[in-house]
Design a binder for this molecule. Structure first.
Ligand code: FBP
Length: 553
C-alpha cells in the first residue's frame, strides 16, 4: 500500500496512555447503577446487564495472560480515530497474550451476520495507525436487532473461537451492543459485548462520557475551512456564505465551530426549539443581521447552520414525527408511488395542523422530509438543503424590505456543506490518544470479564497521563423513546444544553460578532510543535469540564 509522507511519519507516533493503562491493570468497582429514566422498564428488558457498577482501571502488579480472541465492528458514520481504537485494542490484547487474535468484521454490523471478516495482524494494522477513515475494515449502518441476526453472528463467533465483540459506534449502535450483550448473557453463551463511544456529532456524552471520539478532529477541520472561507469573505467583501454543518440532530459541531471562528450568525437548533421559533422567525433574524451590516456598508458575512435544524423548528418537528409514524406504518404502500402521488398520499393522511405545515414548505424540502428513513428511523438530514431554503427565504424577505424602503444593500450568497470532509481526517493528537486509550480500555473490560459496558476515558482536559479510564454499564445511559413508531430502550442523546457553558459563552458574544467582523482563522490541525497548539482540545470540552471557566461564563 502506497502511503503519504505524513502517513509514514504519523505511523511512528506512539499514542499516549493514561497512567493506569500503561502496565498491568486491575479494576476498581463503584456502586450499582440505574438507568437515566424509566428504571423499571429498562431493568425488565435487561435483567442480566442492568444495575452493574461503574468500573475504573487502576495499576496492578501483574495480570493474568488470558488467552482470548476478539471481534471488532465499526458501526455508522466515519469518525477520525477509529483505527486507533482498533490499534489500542490490538496492542493490549497482544500485550496480555501474544497468541490472542483480533478479527475485524467487514462493512459494519452486517459483517458479523454475513460472516465477512479478516484477521487483523501486526503488519496490517501498521499502515493504519494514527490514520483517519474506517477503511481498515469498513463501516455500515445495519441495525443489529433480531434474534436471527444474533444467532447467525454466534455461528461465526463460535467458529473463530471469539470470546468478545467490540462495537465502535454512536448512541444507536451502542444501544444495539447492549441488546446483543443482554441476549448472549441471557442465553449463557459466554460471549461478551463491549461498546465504544464514536460520533463526530458529539451527542454521545453524559456524566460518564466526556466526549465521543472524532468530534475533536472533525470540528477542527471544519473550523479551519470556515476560517479560510471567513478570510476570503473578509478579503473580497462581496458574499454572504451560508455554511451548513454536519450533526444529524444536536448542534454541538456548529456551536464548537462558532466558538472557534466567531461567525456573524450561528443558528443553534436546540435554542430555536426551546424558544418555539418559526421558520419565518429564523429568516427575519438572519435578514435583520444582513440589513444591519448593509447599513455599515458590509454586504458580506458568514452564517453557520446545523444540518439538523429543520427537525427542531417546532412545527416542522411535529410534522416529521407524524411522517415517521406514517412511513413506519405505511412505508411499502408509499414507496411504490411516484413523487406526485407520494405528495398527495401524505397530504391525504396527515392531521390538519401538520398538513398545513407540509403544504407551506417548498415542494423540494417537503419531498426531502418524506424520503426513506435510515435503518434507525432517522430523517436523512444531510440530504436536506436547509442552507438554500434559508438563503432563498432571506433573499425574498430582503427584496420585500427593499421595496418598502427598509433595506439598501446587496445580498449575493454562496453555499457550502461541511460534513464528509471532516469525518475521515487524520486524527488530532487528542483523538489519536483518546481513541487508543478507549481501545486499550475495551481490551481491559474484556479480560476483566465485563459485558454490556462501554469503554470510557475521563478527565480529558488534563494531560493524558492523568486521564481516568474505565467502563460504564450501557443500561445506565438508557431511557425509553419512540423510534420507527415504536417505544424502545435507547441511549439518551445529548443535545446542546442551553444552560451549559459553551452555549452561554457563544450567546454572550453573538451580538458583537453579528455587527463587527470578528472572525478567527484557526488554521490546520498541527501534529508536531508546541503543546498548546498540538494538544489543545475543543472549546466545548474545556468550557464543559473547566469549573473555573464555567463560573466566568
Ligand atoms: P453517526 O451518528 O453514525 O456517527 O453518524 C453521524 C453522521 O456523520 C451525521 O453527522 C450525518 O448526518 C450522518 O452521519 C450522515 O450519514 P451517512 O454517512 O449515512 O450519509
Amino acid at each position: 500500500m502506497e502511503t503519504s509522507a505524513l502517513q509514514k511519519e504519523r505511523a511512528k507516533y506512539q499514542p499516549k496512555l493514561p497512567k493506569a493503562l500503561q502496565g498491568a491493570v486491575k479494576i476498581k468497582e463503584g456502586k450499582p447503577t440505574q438507568s437515566v429514566d424509566d428504571y423499571e422498564e429498562i431493568k425488565k428488558l435487561f435483567p442480566n446487564t442492568y444495575g452493574m457498577p461503574l468500573v475504573e482501571f487502576v495499576p496492578a502488579d501483574s495480570q493474568d495472560s488470558l488467552s482470548i480472541n476478539v471481534g471488532v465492528i465499526l458501526s455508522g458514520g466515519q469518525a477520525p480515530g477509529g483505527h486507533n481504537v482498533i490499534s489500542g485494542l490490538f496492542d493490549e490484547l497482544k500485550k496480555i497474550n501474544p497468541n490472542n487474535r483480533l478479527y475485524g468484521f467487514l462493512m459494519g454490523p452486517g459483517g458479523l451476520v454475513d460472516h465477512n471478516y479478516i484477521e487483523i495482524t501486526s503488519d496490517l494494522i501498521h499502515n493504519y495507525r494514527n490514520t483517519g477513515g474506517f477503511d481498515l475494515i469498513g463501516s455500515g449502518r445495519t441495525k443489529l436487532e433480531s434474534i436471527d441476526q444474533f444467532e447467525k453472528g454466534l455461528e461465526i463467533i463460535r467458529q473463530l473461537d471469539i470470546k468478545a465483540i467490540v462495537i465502535i459506534g454512536g448512541d444507536d449502535s451502542n444501544t444495539n451492543a447492549c441488546v446483543l450483550a443482554e441476549y448472549y448473557a441471557a442465553k449463557k453463551y459466554g460471549i461478551q459485548v463491549i461498546g465504544c463511544p464514536k460520533t463526530i456529532d458529539g451527542d454521545l456524552k453524559n456524566e460518564q462520557i466526556e466526549t465521543s471520539f472524532g468530534f475533536d478532529t472533525a470540528t477542527k477541520i471544519y473550523s479551519e475551512l470556515i476560517g479560510n472561507i471567513a478570510r476570503d469573505c473578509n478579503s473580497a467583501r462581496k458574499y454572504w456564505h451560508f455554511i451548513k454543518l454536519m450533526g444529524r440532530s444536536a448542534s454541538h459541531i456548529t456551536l464548537e465551530c462558532a466558538l472557534q471562528t466567531q461567525p456573524n450568525i450561528c443558528l443553534i437548533s436546540e435554542e430555536i426549539e426551546a424558544k418555539d421559533r418559526t421558520l419565518n422567525d429564523i429568516v427575519e433574524y438572519i435578514a435583520r443581521v444582513v440589513a444591519l451590516r448593509a447599513k455599515d456598508g458590509k454586504n458580506y458575512g458568514l452564517v453557520l447552520i446545523p444540518e439538523g435544524l429543520i427537525e427542531f423548528i417546532p412545527a416542522v418537528g411535529r410534522l416529521i414525527k407524524e411522517l415517521n409514524d406514517l412511513l413506519a406504518n405505511h412505508g411499502e404502500e408509499y414507496m411504490g408511488l411516484d413523487h406526485k402521488a407520494q405528495r398527495a398520499y401524505i397530504i391525504e393522511h396527515l392531521s390538519p395542523a401538520n398538513k398545513e405545515t407540509f403544504v407551506t414548505l417548498p415542494v423540494g424540502v417537503a419531498h426531502q422530509l418524506s424520503l426513506e428513513r435510515d435503518p434507525h428511523g432517522n430523517v436523512q438530514v444531510s440530504l436536506i438543503e436547509t442552507d438554500k431554503l434559508l438563503s432563498d427565504m432571506v433573499s425574498a424577505k430582503l427584496e420585500q424590505w427593499a421595496k418598502d424602503g427598509k433595506y439598501v444593500g446587496k445580498f449575493a450568497v454562496l453555499h457550502h456543506f461541511l460534513g464528509y470532509e471532516g469525518r475521515c481526517a487524520v486524527p488530532s493528537n487528542f483523538d489519536a490518544n483518546y481513541c487508543y486509550s478507549l481501545g486499550t480500555s475495551a481490551a481491559q473490560l474484556i479480560v476483566n470479564g465485563k459485558t454490556g459496558y462501554m469503554a470510557i476515558v475521563k478527565n480529558t482536559i488534563a494531560p493524558t497521563e492523568e486521564w481516568i479510564a474505565g467502563g460504564v454499564p450501557i443500561t445506565m445511559m438508557m431511557n425509553i423513546e419512540k423510534r420507527n413508531g415504536v417505544m424502545k430502550p435507547v441511549i439518551r442523546k445529548a443535545l446542546v444544553d442551553l444552560e451549559g457553558a459553551p452555549f452561554k459563552s457563544f450567546a454572550s458574544k453573538r451580538e458583537l460578532w453579528a455587527k463587527e467582523t470578528s472572525y478567527i482563522y484557526p488554521g490546520p490541525i498541527q501534529y508536531w510543535g508546541p503543546s498548546e497548539i498540538c494538544d489543545r482540545t475543543t472549546r466545548t470540552l474545556v468550557l464543559e469540564q473547566n469549573k473555573e471557566l464555567q463560573s466566568n461564563c
